[in-house]
Structure formats: C-alpha cells, structure tokens
Design a protein around this ligand. Structure first.
Ligand code: SF4
Length: 670
C-alpha cells in the first residue's frame, strides 16, 4: 500500500519539501515522516492530474500536508484550490488556525502571502433583502405546533434582527448561541429563491455575494461537502473556477452528498408551496394543491414508517395528483421572469416557483422510482419517515448509489485528493473507492501514510469474547458487570460509545448508582459542554452515541478507556442502508459486506480513533460484542482498525488500566 513519492522540482517556486519545512518550523512542530510522504504524494497527484486517496492517522498533521501543495499549486496556476470539510469544527480549524499560520509562514517564500476564504451555501448567509422586505410566509409554519415553540422562535427572530445590525459576514455560524431552522428561514433564501444580485435592491451589499466575490480572489477556498456536491452537479455553479479539490473527512463524502440529493414530500412541503403561491394565483387552483396535500397527510399518518418497496395504488394516485396540481399552479403563475422590475413581487414569485418546483419534481422522482422491471434496475428508494412530536411524517426519496454522480460530476472535471484518518476498510481503499465511483485501474492511487502513534505499545484492543452476543432486548446484565469492572479499574476516564441512544441511556441509568465516579450521558446537556466537562475532570465518564463516535478529541489522562457495546451495524430497519444492501445483492454482489460491514468498519475505526489523540496517550479499547473475533466477517473488521495489541483475556485490560490509573499524569501534546 505504501508508495515512494519523491519531491518534484519546479522552475521558480520552492519545492513542497522546502515549504513544508518552513511551515513546520514556523508552527513550532517537528518533521513527521507521514506528513512528508503525504505532502509529496499530493504534489505528485496534482502534477500528474490523478486522483489520490490518503489515509493519514491522527497526529500526522495532514492539513499542512495538503495545504502546502495546494497553496503552491494555486500560486503556480493562478487558480484557487478548493478544500472541502464535513464538519464546521474542521472548517473553523482551517480558517482560524492552520491557514493564517501558514500564510504568515510562507508569505516571504512565495510571490505573495497566500490568501484564503470560506464559502458556504446561500442559506448560511443572512439575506439582507429578506431581512428588510421579507416574504413573510414561512413563519406561519410554526403555528402548526406547540405555542411554546412559537414564542421561542419569536425570541430567536428578535436575536437575529439585533445581530443583523452588527454582523460583518452575515454567516449563521457566527451567531452564538445558534438559532432554530424555523427562525433562520425567515432571514435566508436558497440559491433558487435568490433574486440575483443584479435585480436585488440589496445585491450590492449582499453577504452571500460578497463571500462569493472574496472566494473568487483567493488561493484557497474552504467549503463543505454539500456545497461541493451542489457545485459539481453544475446546475448552479457556486464555487470559483478550479481544477484541484481536497476532500478532507472524506469518509463522510457519500453521506453528505446523499443528503443533498434526498427529496422530501410532506404536508409541510406542500402547504408551504400553497402559502407561497396562494396570493399570486387564483385561489381555486391553489386549493387543489392544498387538497392533494391533505390527502397525502392522511395517507402518511395511517401508514407504517419504513421502506415503500411497492407503490400502493392510493399513494400512487395521490403523488400523481400532487404532481399535476403543483404543475397547474406553476402554469398559473405565468412566465418565470415576469415582474422583474418589482423586486418585492419578483421575490415572492421566485419563492413560489422554488417551492412548487420542489414539490412537483419530488413527486415525479418518487413515481419514477417504481418504473423499473427489477430490483437491480432501480435507481432510487422511497421510504416513509414516521416523524416526531415536532415534525409530521414525510415521504423521502434518495439514490441507491451516488457513485455514478460523483464519478461523472466531481471526479470527471477535477483532480481530487481525498483524505481522512479512516479510508482503508478491511485493509484496502476499494470499498470507499467503489462508493466514490473510482473503480477503474489507473484512475486513482491510494496510500496509507501511517500514524505517528505506536499503536501496539500504546493501546490494547480487548474483545470480551466470553460475553453473549448482544440481543435486541437491551444490554445484558453481563455487559453491565463488565463495564463496571473496566471503569473501576480505569478510575473513571471512560468514553462509552453505544450503538443507540437507548443503550447509552440504559447503561447510564443502571450504572450511575453502582459507580463512584461521575457519569455523564449525551442529552444531559449540549454535547459540546459534556465533552468539555469530561475532558476537564479526569474521573468523569461520558456515555453517548453517534456524534461521540466521531467528534471527541480529548488527549491526556481524562480518556484512558473507550468502551464499545456492539459492532455498529446499521439498524436492519434503516430504509436507505437496507435498500442499498438489497440493491447490491440484486446485482450479484455481497450486500452485507458492501453496505453493512463497510458501515460498521468505518464507524468502529472512528470510535477506536478516540483513544490515542497525542503521543503520550495510552489506554484500552474494550469491545463487548464477541462477534468482533468470532463472526465470519471479523477479519475484515479487525483489519479496519489501527494495529492495537489484541487480547480476549479480561484480566489484561483491567491490570493495564489499574497501572495507568496509578501512573503520574504526563502532559498531553497535540
Ligand atoms: S442577492 Fe439574493 S441573497 Fe443577496 S440579499 Fe438579494 S435576495 Fe438576498
């Protein structure tokens, strides 16, 4: 898997080796072999115009390793490089810490000081026009719900109004604490709803336009996977022209792209379209769509949640009715560019067209999803999301794979570097490459630049082989006993990663009285505050589910033990993964391995990655589910994990944890 990369000389700019060395010195770090290998590999991929996947373990310093060649390329080609992340945390780290330090360090060595900007989707910026003129229909949606929600939304609206007076960026993420989607919607527009800067009275001072302009002038544009996907699909080019993209947190790419292209129909989406169009066309035409929406509401309320494999006749007729009545409304609205000299009316019409198009096109997609003779030919899956107290049931539609889309639209036009601490599943990149649509020989390269951590000496992977397999009825008593013994040995300092919120809560409830260390559970407070509390108080333990598997970065003695209750397969009733699994099987593949096992391997590797966050860290990963060593797929899962020292003997991790608990605390290094 390792490939030898050599530094590529260039006529007028310093080599990436030289630039990296200057950058590392400037930030007070030391040279790491994995980082040097990565910087050269990225440079070579850019030069050869070849896609590259790089697995780089925690502590490699991978952001510098891709930013240095990216900046160099931007200077050389006079075209920006786009860096895409999945999380806001990484986005912030890049623009608030890594890029400013790099720009300062490399400024003297390059023709100019490197420049950078962040660019998000239009919905993330305050729309000055809507904030002042408004098209005030969206807030009525709240009236459907609890009056307390309405007043909470009202308070948030007031806060946004005050913030709007002083913000310099209009970026929603700078509004702290955050606000609900309902409140924000009253101050933002989608790209489709925007009037266009030329026609909008606020166009000259529009935050989204200013961010876009700025992005067009810099060397590095930092964005997110969703905007990258929207841009790549090409209907609305939003990013400045570019040839090179770096996708960090690339293990999230497929899920984020799938979210972007998932469609939804519910009483809310239909009634929103009706409200937006209601004042602009004859009432009787809008009423027809409203009635179709009522039919859908009644059907969805009576149907069980889950995949809709066969289209029931009555649902098919309702979808046709929604499609046709939405289209009648579109026709009644007249030409799309009417009223272009009246911004108020133009804004209202654009908002109406956008909502109607979405309803119409989603109904068409759902009907088309059933137009195939066999399972193997299907392209999309439709399912009923049962809703919650705050959200009514909704019908959703999503593609069974996004590989073709990524292959044609993202990889077809650009050189893409994909990186993450977790890309090799079962020891190879093949699984993720197939999901990205990169399967052909010579299309891409994959390298694992390793990790600066000494996994076999720093961590133990303990699998509780003697325990029963996890069942459907909650955590067995033996699991609770095992967790208690491990936590007692570690003196707390435990991150409990559970496969469901229900299991995390059940374990917390059962163990709070049994343990004499503080035990926090996700949901007790905001996750950010809980992680902070966990990090600051050594004996404290934190139990939780999905977001903790990937989002906890606690170096030092507060985290010595990671407990994983079961191999994190997707739920068998998860509509999208179960449909994807069936689809692979219908095409002759191994659906379980291609979907469920890959999902579990990725999450297991992410969860195990919480343990070692700095060179001094030591500890134990305890997996209670014996299938990790007994099942036929166990080799694949184990090969997806870092090379910890392995054991199934419960005495060994307990003794190691006791020793660690007795050790004097060493400082954490980043
Ligand atoms: S140009 Fe679009 S986003 Fe900007 S203020 Fe006008 S309507 Fe809002």
């Amino acid at each position: 898997m390792r490939v030898a990369f050599t530094a590529v000389p260039d006529s007028h700019l310093p080599s990436v080796d030289e630039l990296l060395s200057i950058a590392v010195n400037a930030v007070g770090g030391s040279e790491r072999q994995g980082q040097v290998t990565m910087v050269r590999a990225v440079q070579q991929a850019i030069d050869a115009d070849e896609h590259l996947a790089v697995q780089a373990g925690t502590g490699t310093g991978k952001s510098l390793a891709y930013l240095v060649p990216s900046i160099r390329h931007a200077m050389d080609s006079d075209k920006p490089v786009v860096v895409s992340t999945a999380t806001i945390a990484l986005q912030r780290q890049l623009v608030d810490r890594d890029l400013p330090r790099l720009a300062e360090a490399l400024g003297k060595e390059l023709p100019h000081e490197p420049t950078f900007a962040i660019l998000k989707g239009r919905r993330n910026y305050l729309c000055r026009y809507k904030a002042t003129a408004g098209w005030p229909e969206d807030d009525e949606q709240d009236q459907l719900f609890d009056p307390r929600e309405v007043s909470a939304t009202g308070r948030m609206v007031q806060r946004i109004q005050e913030w709007a007076e002083e913000t310099e960026t209009g970026d929603r993420d700078e509004l702290v604490p955050g606000v609900s989607e309902q409140a924000w919607r009253q101050f933002s527009v989608s790209a489709q709803e925007c009037l266009g800067a030329n026609r909008c009275p606020s166009g000259a001072e529009c935050f989204a336009e200013l961010a876009r302009q700025r992005a067009g002038e810099v060397d590095v544009v930092v964005t997110n996977h969703a905007l990258l996907a929207i841009d790549a699909m090409g209907e609305l080019p939003v990013l400045p022209e570019h040839k090179v993209v770096v996708v960090d947190e690339a293990h999230e790419l497929v899920d984020r792209v799938t979210s972007v292209v998932t469609g939804e129909l519910s009483e809310l989406t239909v009634s929103l379209a009706v409200r937006r169009v209601g004042r602009l066309i004859e009432q009787s035409v809008a009423d027809q769509l409203q009635e179709a929406g009522e039919d859908l509401k009644a059907l969805l309320a009576a149907a069980p949640p889950g995949r809709v494999d066969e289209l029931p006749q009555v649902l098919g007729l309702t979808l046709q009715l929604i499609r046709d009545t939405a289209w009648r409304c579109v026709t009644a609205l007249g030409p799309r560019n009417a009223d272009k000299d009246d911004p108020d009316k133009a804004g209202q019409r654009k908002a109406a067209f956008t909502a109607l198009d979405e309803v119409h096109d989603t109904a068409v997609r759902m009907l088309d999803a059933y137009g195939h003779a066999s399972e193997a030919d299907r392209a999309e899956v439709v399912w009923l999301d049962g809703g919650t107290d705050r959200r009514p049931p909704a019908l959703r539609v999503a593609p069974l794979t996004v590989s073709g889309m990524l292959r044609d639209k993202l990889f077809g036009e650009r050189t893409v570097v994909l990186t993450s601490a977790t890309l090799a599943l079962g020891g190879t990149f093949d699984a993720l490459a197939a999901q990205w649509g990169l399967s052909g020989p010579g299309e891409w390269q994959g390298i694992d630049v390793g990790s600066p951590f000494d996994h076999p000496r720093s961590g133990i992977l303990y699998v509780a082989k003697h325990l029963p397999q996890p069942g459907r009825d909650g955590l067995p008593q033996q699991y609770l006993d095992e967790i208690t013994e491990l936590i007692e040995a570690a003196g707390g300092r435990t991150l409990g990663l559970f496969s469901s919120m229900r299991a995390a809560k059940a374990a917390t409830e059962a163990l709070r009285d049994r343990l004499d260390v503080p035990l926090l559970c996700q949901g007790d407070d905001s996750t950010m505050l809980l992680v902070k509390q966990f990090a600051e108080d050594e004996p404290t333990c934190l139990f939780g589910t999905l977001s903790l598997w990937q989002g906890v970065d606690v170096p030092g003695p507060s985290l010595r033990l990671v407990i994983i209750d079961r191999v994190p397969f997707p739920r068998p009733d998860d509509p999208l993964t179960s449909a994807r699994q069936r689809h692979v099987a219908a095409r002759g593949g191994n659906g379980f391995m291609a979907v469920a096992a890959n999902h579990a391997a990725l999450l297991l590797a992410q969860g195990a990655g919480r343990l070692l966050r700095s060179q001094h860290d030591k500890g134990v990963i305890a997996v209670l589910d014996p299938r990790l060593v007994t099942a036929r797929y166990s080799g694949f899962l184990l090969n997806s994990l870092p090379p910890f020292w392995r054991t199934t003997d419960p005495a060994i991790p307990r003794a190691a944890l006791k020793r660690l608990a007795a050790e004097p605390t060493e400082p954490a290094d980043a």
